[in-house]
Design a protein around this ligand. Sequence first.
Ligand code: ADP
Length: 527
Amino acid sequence: MNAFQISSLITSILSFAFGFFIFFNNRKSRLSRAWFYASLSISVWSLALFGVVSATHERSALLWQYLLDAAATLIPIFYFYFILTFLNLDEKKKFAKNIAKIFGAIFFLLSFTPLIKLGVTKLFLGFYWVEPGPFYLLYLAYFSFFVAYALYLQLKIYRISTGSFRNQIAFNLVAEIVGFGGGLTNFYPVFFNVFPLGNYLVAFYIVFMSYAIIRHGFFDLRIIATEIFSVLLAIALLVDFLASQTLGDYLLRGILFFGTLIFSYFLIRSVFREVRQREKIERLAKDLETANAELKRLDEAKSEFISLASHQLRAPLTVIKGYTSMVMEGTFGEISKKVSEALNRVFISANNLTKLVSELLDLSRIESGRIKYEFKDIYLEDVVEKVLKELEEVSKAKRIAIEFKNENKKTFSVFGDADKLYEVVMNLLDNALKYSTASPIAVVLKPRSKRLALSVADKGLGIPKDEMSKLFIKFGRTEIAQKEQPGGMGLGLYFVKKIVEDHKGRIWVESPGLGKGSTFFVELPAK
Ligand code: ADP
């Protein structure tokens, strides 16, 4: 055998092996099916080429040549299909696909007529080669067109793609140029007296593709490698078995052979399963990523909406409150007691609504990370006094006294934002008033080793043990509170906790149980 024959045979075997293994790994994948057909046509063509150049009689050379041409007319079509599938264009290029189908069928049939070949002749090199018919040039044009079109599409997609897909295309491009460029030199001897040296390169096409498979995960290499290894091992053991001399040898080697077969079967199956699982996980992770990004976007949109809506609600509420209090104060003339009472209700409702709106605004600020602090050295008792003054009216109206016991007496200060800490104390006292009917509410401020502790104790609803954990979370409310005070939103303490923690302090609650009152504690670092 000369080098030309050997290279043709190697191309045929390699092409078939790669096509076969890839196809049987993933029979459902369109890409591996397309690759299988292309490989099969290349394999048959190369085998026929081997037959033609090895033939010693004209008759057998001609028979091989028929097979060669029949297979060769299918190569550009199957290859074109493979490229369309690989580039995900097979839906978009339906028309081109159908045209290719028709041309493929026409040239396949023509290959059996004298229009393509008149016969075979002995070449100057000593082996048989095709003797072209009148349509031979057309056949060359058809072949080149689809290969060139596949090349063009890959270049087009290559320019706009990224990552590993781009690498895969690059490898495929090189493989195509080398393989088909080489293969096309087989047309040379027909027209010129030139040796078809390029045919050696066809084997490189397979090598290139294998490299692409290994480096860039074209098809799954691990399964293929396991399978090839197992098959080789089985063949070696089978040969060894057949070469046995004694019965004992037959038995031993037979067991070894069958044992290996079974072992290989399970090995391939487990690798297969693992690879599929990994693929599934990768797919799931990707889905999760997109879902997460979408959730984040929705969450931001929601915060933005809340912030916008609350801003818009604030202005009219201020106007309502302003005018109601002016009317109640008699700015627009005397009003009756009945009207005054009604207006008072309007005022209280508007006030509640304002609180709600500002809670929503606070929430949107927390969510978007837009809370801004102005830290200064301040006395916590000043903050408490300010809140008490503000609540004087309400506490009188509810007949619940608020007793403040200050044990600090401006000894320790805290480094904090006075307005935000005002919100904290206000929220705690507001809740104490809201959730109790019995007097008094006891507020105590006292220093505790480098810290200042503020406690607010009431004799109200209390908090059941199993519901304590939900107080400081967003929209968290106890069942009894929902029943008694349906207007609340469960945002106040969430906000309070955030502020306290931003001051490096801590907040917690203690309660002996339902109906037995509760005490809220805030501890802040002190100087
Ligand atoms: P809201 O008062 O609007 O419901 P908060 O975040 O201020 O929201 O309070 C969350 C929940 O904690 C309340 O719904 C209530 O169940 C409970 N809670 C808060 N303060 C008290 C208190 N002083 N006594 C009993 N339960 C309270």
